[in-house]
Write a protein that binds this ligand. Structure first.
Ligand SMILES: [Zn+2]
Length: 115
């Protein structure tokens, strides 16, 4: 039996649905930005090679944007436990569950389906 995605015997207090949804939307949005910047790499480099003699500037710009997006996505906090969703210590893992409380990144959608 779960309450708002939290098992009744969980060490984490129940979170209201709006907070859970807003927090997980932030996590998902930042994950999508990360995927987007990864997918943009090849078309960007091909375009840079076609129009410019060097791709160094485009690569440097891509790297800077990538570092910023990785930083934002890594620092997204879990709405249930308050820890970083994708970071545990210095370990950065982009799994679909919180590395601390195992909250699924789509837990709010699953709750909507049950109601
Ligand atoms: Zn968590």
């Amino acid at each position: 039996m779960t309450t708002n995605g939290v098992a009744e015997d969980s060490e984490y207090p129940p979170v209201d649905q709006a907070t859970l949804r807003q927090g997980l939307q932030t996590v998902r949005r930042r994950r999508w930005y990360l995927w987007l910047i990864i997918l943009v790499y090849m078309p960007l480099m091909m375009t840079a090679m076609k129009f410019f003699s060097s791709v160094a500037v485009a690569f440097l710009c891509w790297c800077i944007v990538m570092v910023v997006i990785v930083g934002f996505s890594a620092l997204a906090r879990c709405p249930r436990c308050g820890n970083y969703f994708h970071m545990h210590g210095l370990t950065l893992l982009y799994l679909r569950k919180c590395l601390h409380c195992q909250l699924h990144v789509c837990a709010d959608k699953r709750l909507d389906g049950k109601q």
